[in-house]
Every structure is written in C-alpha cells, then in structure tokens.
Write a new protein. Structure first.
Length: 385
C-alpha cells in the first residue's frame, strides 16, 4: 500500500512538473515580445553611448556615434539633382500665405508638402513640423497644417484629428502667424504618400519587411526624408538657414529628436510625448510593447545606443522634451531615466541649461499649454526673444 501511494505521488509530481514545463516552455512569445525579454534587456549594454565608449573627446564621439547610427539605417535614397519645386495651390491666410508644393525629395520620388510663409520681409526662422503616427495613415501633413484645395472629407478628417490630439489648433498655422516659415511633408505611407490600394495599417509592417528585403529600412527612410526635407527648407530664399528648428508630437516627436541628432541644420528642437528607454518600452514589467511597428525600428542599432543616447547627439544645441504623466504609451520611470541620461550628456558639456525636460499632468497628446511652451522655446532660441 505504501509503495502504491509513493508511486502515485511520484507520478503526480512528475505530471505536475511536466505540466509546469509545458507552461514555461510551451511558447516563447507573449504579448508580441519574447518571454525572455528581461534577460535580453540585461545584455544590452549600449557600448557606444557617451561615457561608455572609450572616446573622451565629445566632437569625436559624436562623429563616431552618428556614423554608427547611419550605418544601421542602411543606404539612404539618392539625393536629387534638383528640387524642381512647383507651387500647386496657394491661399492667403491671416498674416501668411499657405502653399501646397511638390518637389523632388530624392531621385526616386517627388512629394507634396505644405509651405507656410509669413507676411513681411524675410528671411524668417523656420520649422520643419513633423506629424504623428496614431495608426491613422489617411492624413499626415494635414495634421499639422489646415488642408486646402482638397476633398471635404480630408478637411473633416484633419479637423477631427486636430481636435482630439492638438486641442483644436493646427500647429503649423499658429507658428506661421507668429513669424515662422513652416514646412510639413508626409512620412512614407501617410497621406499622399500612401498605397494605391488604400489605407490599411496592417500592410505597413509587410511593406517595411519588403523594403528590408530590398536593403532599405522604412523607419530610416522616414528619417532620411526628414533630413532631406530640412535641406530643401534651408535652400529657400524665404528661410534663414541658420535659424531652422523642428518639432513634433508622438511619432513626430521621435522624428524631431532623430532629425536633431543627425542634421546640423537643426538649431533647436522640440519633442512632445516620445522619449523612453528601451528597458521600459519593451517589458512585461510595465505591460508594454511597441505598437508603432516598424515606425522606429532600425536594425541592430540597439546593440550600440539607446534612444536617449541617440538624441544626445544633438548636444550642445537646445532641446525641449515634454512628457505626459498619464501617457500610457511611455511609463514614467523610463521617461525619467531617459531624461536623466540626456541631462548627464548636456551637463558634461557645460550646457545643461539648453536641455529642458518636463513631465506634465496630461495624457498622450499635444495640448495648448505644451504648444505655448514650444512657441516660447523657439522664440528664445530661434528669434532671440
């Protein structure tokens, strides 16, 4: 009897252990990230970050780190021989002129964009205004500038989006009223750079995979286009090329600090609701995962640098970053850690006063209060007010 009980206990224990093994080893992915993500995170040491790398001369480090970022971004699209800009439509507005233009952004493609030019004698300070993601691809630049000479459905789409994310204000139009030339173009797959078959968010990742098979990275193409768009902006006679800034919210914020990190044309930048550490962005601890898909995916880059390390390539130039305390996309511990890393860099160069980081009581979005702080920031650094 005792032997039978022991045998039953042993079999039961063996079954329970096997069942536990199946639970633990029967899958490797949960919520679209590996179950071993914490171990993977521990192996990310970011050896090329400022203070980690053996290079102690800041300008030399910037050159080395920027070269690695560009290497991971794969081959850029070829620079056009000429922009060959044409004005498609023009509309007079209160204190400025709105133009819809088309120009060659690369030798592969021409794009449409909005260009707002203040009344008066230039050249003016300028802002490359970068639209968000929002899994809403039907409009891009129209989230930044009030659209015109388009179907009424596009106007309604833009007005609804701006009401929800920007407190009802077209940020580009407000900047133009305040004396800035404003440029805004669609990112690849947004607005007038979309699919012939129509908008489908699910196709974004498939297209990104196909692009990678062609030796190009879709996220990197977005950043390369933002760099090229800034070069175009600097070429315009209305623009003071020594006073160009960039700004954006959400994915537009990511685009803003990436652009500032990689283009010396940018003299001041503003990011709203997009800064985090990878450790906090992809983890079971905060229940987080990256829903933007390939929108900020650059192969192998995380082996070298984290987000705040890349943004720090903009140092010593001024940068404003605002986060929302109730923003569910960016856990506050990760935001605080990223901000601290960046302050260490600016402080190391004796310019910590040029880096402003704020965590304000609002969710994911760009409310009027944030916009006003952005305006004051640009007035200070691009107008000298």
């Amino acid at each position: 009897m005792k032997r039978a009980v022991f045998f039953f206990f042993a079999v039961s224990l063996s079954f329970s252990f096997a069942h536990a093994q199946n639970d633990a080893w029967g899958y490797e992915y949960q919520y679209e990230i590996p179950t071993w993500v914490e171990q993977l995170q521990a192996d990310l040491t970011y050896p090329l970050a400022w203070g980690h790398d053996k290079e102690k001369r800041f300008t030399k480090w910037k050159k080395k780190a920027r070269a690695k970022v560009l290497e991971c971004m794969m081959t850029p699209p070829p620079v056009p021989d000429t922009y060959a800009m044409t004005v498609l439509e023009e509309e007079r507005r209160d204190g400025y002129t709105a133009r819809k233009i088309e120009f060659a952004l690369s030798r592969y493609y021409r794009v449409k964009a909005y260009l707002l030019v203040p009344d008066g004698k230039g050249p003016f300070p300028a802002i490359n205004l970068l639209h968000d993601h929002g899994a809403h691809l039907s409009i891009g630049k129209e989230k930044m500038v009030k659209p015109f000479a388009v179907d009424s459905a596009v106007v309604k789409d833009a007005e609804d989006w701006v009401t929800n994310l920007y407190d009802g204000r077209f940020l580009g139009d407000e900047l133009a009223k305040r004396g800035y030339v404003v440029f805004s173009a669609d990112a690849p797959l947004w607005g007038e750079r979309g699919r012939k078959e129509g908008v489908d968010r699910n196709k974004y990742d498939i297209i990104a995979g196909n692009m990678m098979m062609l030796g190009r990275d879709l996220s990197a193409m977005m950043t390369y286009d933002d760099i090229a768009g800034t070069e175009f902006l600097a070429s315009l006679p209305e623009v003071d090329k020594e006073r160009i800034g960039c700004a954006g919210c959400s994915m537009g914020g990511y685009r803003s600090w990436m652009l500032a990190a990689l283009s010396d044309r940018i003299k001041a930048s503003c990011t709203i609701c997009w800064m985090i550490t990878t450790e906090a962005q992809l983890t079971h601890r905060y229940g987080r995962k990256e829903n933007g898909g390939f929108a900020n995916c650059i192969p192998a880059l995380r082996q070298w640098l984290d987000y705040p390390h890349i943004a720090s390539l903009a140092c010593p130039r001024p940068m404003l970053l605002i986060a929302g305390r109730t923003d569910k996309l960016f856990p506050i511990p990760g935001v605080e850690s990223a901000f601290a890393t960046m302050h260490d860099v600016w402080r190391s160069q004796g310019v910590d006063d040029r880096l402003e980081t704020l965590i304000l009581d609002h969710p994911h979005g760009c409310p009027l209060a944030d916009q006003e702080m952005m305006m004051e920031f640009f007035d200070k650094w691009l107008k000298g007010n």
